[in-house]
Design a protein around this ligand. Structure first.
Ligand SMILES: [Zn+2]
Length: 151
């Protein structure tokens, strides 16, 4: 997809703060975070949303989500995490390349506070990347367990 912003990020034509790349999946920071550490899990191949994503790729996205929740809760001590995908404009989808939001929650408020308030800063991005970097191998462990080591 020529003009898709996520395809452009994955091709290296637009900037992003990457957390993980590999096995056909990328994780990078949302540029308008709800809270610090708000990540997007995006397949390298373009599909519009969960309704047209092949099951194997959907399973990969949610396996990565499970690994990230494990890292956030068990390793980094976040007391809560939201995992959300918006399918279709009425559901709030804004970029039509499937992505799963993983949002660490410190402040509570549940669904009511899921509103972006600021643009991501370099300082905030780098601070979070330094926090999560030591645990990124857990993503590969999860993917290896579900899909095998080779792919
Ligand atoms: Zn795309």
């Amino acid at each position: 997809m020529e003009n898709c912003i996520f395809c452009r990020i994955i091709r290296g034509e637009a900037p992003a703060y990457f957390i993980y790349r590999g096995r056909g999946v990328s994780v990078f920071l949302d540029i308008f975070p709800v809270e610090k550490g708000h990540m997007l899990i995006v397949p390298d191949e373009h599909y519009e949303s969960l309704h047209d994503t092949p099951p194997r790729i959907a399973a990969k996205l949610f396996t990565v989500a499970a690994a990230l929740v494990r890292i956030l809760r068990n390793e980094l001590g976040f007391p809560g995490v939201n995992v959300i995908t918006n399918s279709g404009r009425p559901a709030g989808q804004e970029v039509f390349h499937i992505h799963v939001h993983v949002i660490p929650r410190w402040h509570g408020g549940g669904w009511r506070r899921l509103v972006s308030r600021h643009r991501l800063t370099d300082e905030e991005a780098n601070e979070f990347i330094d926090m999560i970097k030591p645990y990124i191998h857990i993503i590969d462990e999860y993917l290896g367990e579900v899909f095998g080591e080779g792919m």
